[in-house]
Design a binder for this molecule. Structure first.
Ligand code: XIL
Length: 312
């Protein structure tokens, strides 16, 4: 985006990209700003709204656009408790049936996008804040092995895609990061492949972990033999943002981007859309927002943009 991807690549990273979603693709002004590395809306409710009936058109719109522009796509996400259709959530399936439903979903979706997704977020948000496993239909029915089973199915369907575990509040050392490290070990113990851990990085202005803390955290994952990436970066504040909040936000972006630059195995950064116009924050955290480097009117926030650029 606006030189950020080129700078990241020149510095040895794979990408600096932005998420996007289907609704904003009809906004000509939005599309006028060139985005590298997009992220698809391939969530279960959109892709398999009823059992074994697949609907790939919205996802295809994004992979087709990326193909036309020579962009990479991180695909998100195969197994998640949210944006999960009720036929899965409340279907009351037994262990064997739910495993086959999950494997079928993964196999058909990953096969459809084979060669188009360079990363897959295979399992998203499996942990509570204290690091225990989050109760969801997969965990409650199958137990923790649903995670390695999902990774095995994804690897079989596209052996060359990089497979990620993805979660939030794992950008600093602590209980949740420790248990995410345990998920990496669990997957490997089952003989399945995991390539990376995605740290969503939905961060807060003024309470973003320091650069050195983020580096130490990433190294804990890297020491287990996986790569890492920032996958959904945004740094929110109370709105309207004050001038001093924007100055702090620029520092927090610089610390996060700078941490990735310090760790060779941190392969790239995705911001969770590039403009406040299409940010998810105000709808989920009322009174907060202004989390991205471009504002509501698609105007670049110079202070934040320059902090990111010079950290790359
Ligand atoms: C959010 C999207 O940004 C919204 O448009 C959608 O309505 C809900 O999901 N963690 C994730 C993402 O992994 O999938 C979520 O994305 C934000 C939190």
């Amino acid at each position: 985006i606006d030189g950020l991807n080129a700078r990241a690549i020149a510095a040895g990273k794979d990408y600096f990209g932005s998420a996007t979603d289907n609704p904003e693709l009809t906004d000509a002004a939005y599309d006028g700003i060139v985005i590298q590395s997009k992220l698809t809306p391939e969530k279960w409710d959109a892709i398999e709204p009823s059992r074994d009936t697949f609907s790939f058109s919205n996802g295809d719109a994004i992979t087709d656009l990326a193909a036309r522009n020579g962009q990479k796509v991180r695909c998100h996400t195969l197994v998640w408790y949210s944006q999960l259709p009720s036929w899965v959530k409340t279907g009351g399936y037994n262990n064997a049936t739910l495993i086959s439903i999950m494997e079928n979903h993964i196999t058909k979706e990953v096969t459809h996008y084979k060669g188009k997704c360079f990363h897959w977020d295979v399992v998203n948000e499996a942990l509570n804040e204290d690091g225990t496993y989050r109760s969801n239909v997969f965990y409650d029915t199958i137990g923790p092995s649903y995670i390695p089973i999902a990774f095995k199915a994804a690897a079989a369907a596209d052996p060359s895609a990089k497979l990620y575990y993805n979660d939030y509040n794992i950008e600093n050392l602590g209980a949740k990061s420790t248990r995410a490290q345990n998920i990496v070990k669990l997957i490997k113990q089952y003989g399945a492949k995991i390539d990376g851990v995605g740290m969503q990085a939905h961060l807060i202005v003024g309470s973003t972990p320091s650069q050195s803390a983020q580096v130490a955290n990433m190294n804990a994952f890297v020491n287990l033999g996986v790569e890492v990436a920032y996958t959904e970066l945004d740094i929110r504040t109370n709105t309207p943002a004050t001038a001093s909040a924007v100055t702090q936000q620029a520092k927090d972006y610089a610390a996060t981007v700078g941490a990735c630059m310090e760790v060779a195995e941190c392969v790239g950064i995705t911001i969770w859309d590039y403009t406040d116009k299409y940010s998810w924050i105000p709808s989920v955290f009322p009174g907060q927002g202004a989390a991205l480097p471009w504002d509501q009117n698609l105007k670049k926030k110079d202070e934040v943009y320059k902090a990111i650029l010079s950290a790359l």
